[in-house]
Design a binder for this molecule. Structure first.
Ligand SMILES: Cc1ncc(COP(=O)(O)O)c(C=O)c1O
Length: 443
């Protein structure tokens, strides 16, 4: 097991002071910080090897091409793919999902077919498929979520039917942290002959990902949520299915030859990586994957499990009545993501107050609005009986504060967080009246 205090030394940004206090970064589900190994890989690329890939015969271009191709190999190793060319570099998970929906979805969906997703899915996964389903007159169905924040596995046989062509779901919730039962979903999808697409944006950065064992057909994740640069992400697919996919974005770097009447597309993965790619992001992502492999993904998982277990325990011991926590309470069932509300205090007020003490968390509906409405996730106590019909009213009413951990977070940071939460709860009435002033004077 690694020591998070030692890991922290690799992250220059963790030295930063925020409003005079040491940064406590608990916004890792949004994006993670970058170690100097990733930063240096990017600097090294620009300082010594920068050129466009795939094109030039000159030395720099060959070096850049080699580094970029090797980055695909590293990512293939990271997820145990059979081959490097099953790994398509994308900008992020959103980009990967759009690529897939606009290729596989357009090619394979027809009127009356069913697309199944879940109520806990991120908009980035839900919306590309909803859009393509609408274009093809297919029906979108949702696996429900229980009050405890698990998928309703009892309903799988009713929701996934012989009409289902694709099941696309988040492997770990970005709001509840719930780790979903991939095997169970794959089992049911196979029974009806549907393909299965995993949104691994909150999974691959936190748990070992072995695409040979998971049984999925496609998997998408973002590099920036696993120590890599923004603008990096991966779509992995089963070789036979990738081979059948038509093109999405087309242009330079996707073709072998073009005449005025014909196009001969390049082999995998290049025919999906149109135009000059984000070379430095791919190289940086490979450095991030190397970093995580050195730590060991089993250890990353263990570290987060220990932290989330401690965090949940402290929250429930210290604030049994004042704080509502959403999603599973058992650390085994979740990643290091914990969303909560302080009863009676708007989530944005809590987030701003935490920032005043140097703590970065995310507040809002976390790109999972349907989930917030379904579980009535709100600071109001009790929650409203009915979901308001006006979008503005809904957005004001619902939301949560999300703390999310990663390899450099420590127990000491959680203790500090709990101390700050005590102050915030003491100041609750003043904060309700005047959020900003109360923190500035009371803190
Ligand atoms: C579960 C899940 N899916 C998809 C995404 C979209 O990721 P990106 O913004 O990197 O495309 C996120 C981002 O938070 C996420 O948490």
């Amino acid at each position: 097991m690694f020591d998070p205090h030692e890991v922290r030394r690799d992250f220059p940004i963790l030295e930063r002071k925020i409003k005079g206090r040491r940064l406590v970064y608990f916004d890792n589900a949004a994006t993670t910080q970058k170690p100097r190994q990733v930063i240096e890989a990017i600097v090294e690329f620009y300082s010594k090897h920068n050129a466009n890939v795939h094109r030039g015969l000159h030395t720099l271009s060959q070096e850049a091409s080699e580094m970029y191709e090797k980055a695909h190999e590293t990512l293939a190793k990271f997820i145990n793919a059979y081959s490097w060319d099953e790994v398509v570099f994308c900008n992020n998970t959103t980009d990967a999902m759009n690529l897939l929906a606009y290729t596989w979805g357009l090619q394979n969906l027809g009127e009356g077919d069913e697309v199944v997703t879940t109520i806990m899915d991120h908009h980035s996964t839900m919306l590309p498929w909803r859009k393509i389903a609408a274009l093809k007159k297919a029906v979108v169905k949702y696996i429900d979520v229980t009050a405890e924040g698990y998928l309703d596995y009892g309903s799988l046989d009713q929701v996934i039917t012989r009409r289902t062509k694709v099941v696309v779901f988040t492997m770990a919730s970005n709001v509840l942290g719930t780790i979903n039962n991939v095997k169970e979903i794959v089992r049911r999808a196979r029974e009806v002959g549907a393909i299965v697409v995993g949104d691994a944006a909150q999974f691959t950065p936190h748990l070992p990902t072995n695409v040979r064992e998971l049984g999925l057909d496609f998997l998408a994740f973002s590099g920036h949520k696993m120590l890599g640069p923004t603008g990096s992400g991966v779509l992995w697919g089963r070789r036979d299915l990738l081979d059948e996919l038509g093109t999405f974005k087309v242009g330079g770097d996707t073709i072998k030859d073009v005449t005025l009447d014909d196009v001969v597309w390049l082999e995998l993965p290049w025919r999906f990586e149109a135009g000059t790619p984000n070379i430095e992001a791919g190289i940086g992502l490979a450095a991030a994957a190397e970093y995580l492999m050195r730590l060991g993904m089993e250890n990353v998982r263990e570290h987060e499990k220990t932290l989330v277990d401690y965090f949940l325990k402290r929250l429930s011991e210290e604030f049994p009545d004042e704080v509502t926590v959403y999603g599973p309470r058992r650390a085994e069932d979740k990643t290091g993501v914990v969303s909560f509300n302080v009863k009676g205090l708007h989530h944005h007020t809590v987030g701003s107050a935490l920032d005043f003490f140097g703590i970065a968390v995310r507040t809002g509906l976390h790109c999972a609005h349907p989930l917030h409405y379904r579980l009535k996730i709100t600071y109001l106590d009790p929650p409203p009986e009915k979901i308001p019909s006006s979008p503005d009213e809904r957005l004001k009413t619902f939301g949560s504060v999300r703390a999310s951990f990663y390899i450099y977070n420590t127990r000491e940071e959680i203790d500090y967080f709990i101390d700050v939460m005590k102050k915030i709860i003491e100041l609750k009435e003043a904060l309700q009246k005047n959020p900003v002033e109360a923190v500035c004077t009371g803190g």
